[in-house]
Design a protein around this ligand. Sequence first.
Ligand code: ADP
Ligand code: MG
Length: 250
Amino acid sequence: MVEVRNITKYFGDLKVLKGVNFKVNRGEVVCILGPSGSGKSTMLRCLNQLERITDGEIYIEGELMDQRKNNRTVNHIDAGRLQQLRCDLGMVFQNFNLFPHLNVIENVTVAPITVLKANKQEITKRGLELLDMVGLKDRAYEYPIRLSGGQQQRVAIARALAMNPKIMLFDEPTSALDPELVGDVLGTMRQLADDGMTMIIVTHEIGFAREVADRVIFMDNGVICEEGTPEQVIDHPQEERTQSFLKKIL
Ligand code: ADP
Ligand code: MG
């Protein structure tokens, strides 16, 4: 479903990704752990082309999406196809980023209406189903400011799902939440995982990663340091850097 080959990313002279390789299979849930500044967000942003890689290749569903050499494009798909592939990758950020001037159902439906040219009535019906799934159907006509952080994040998840993505990317989706609100958001994510969604999740929620992830990747300093099942990486880490990171957060 996703394959990245030997990706590097520079910001100016700063080398943030130093040759990253991984694959994610259909239906797989992969959790990425790692200290702050290790390049996790940059990795996700490169995947959905919010950032351009400096070197390497990205494949989505076997299709070469981006291939760069020394900061130059070797191979790139056309703009229409890129747009489609971007729609295939739903993204949920740490800070929800809901549109404050739109109510909940409008937040969920605005992109399908403007980008996908979805029929307003049909997408509103679908949006209400998605809000029901995340437990917020009764808040559909509220504005984001009236919702808790956890509710806003669940709206953000419904909004991403309204684009019918094939893969969901989560960048520390619960890090900005009060502790008592984390559980509902993780519950929604767990449900998505159970429904077979392919997911790449950057998180510090070790308990969640242990239970829900098929595979855990530990990143440090721009490289993948260790990778394996939750049991291998979380319970029996082999690398010293993984061990010391886990010791700090557990
Ligand atoms: P993580 O998500 O693991 O905390 P990031 O991917 O956000 O790490 O950042 C990795 C490194 O790249 C950090 O040193 C950060 O300061 C730097 N960085 C991230 N984004 C930019 C940017 N747009 N411009 C310059 N440096 C950046
Ligand atoms: Mg980050």
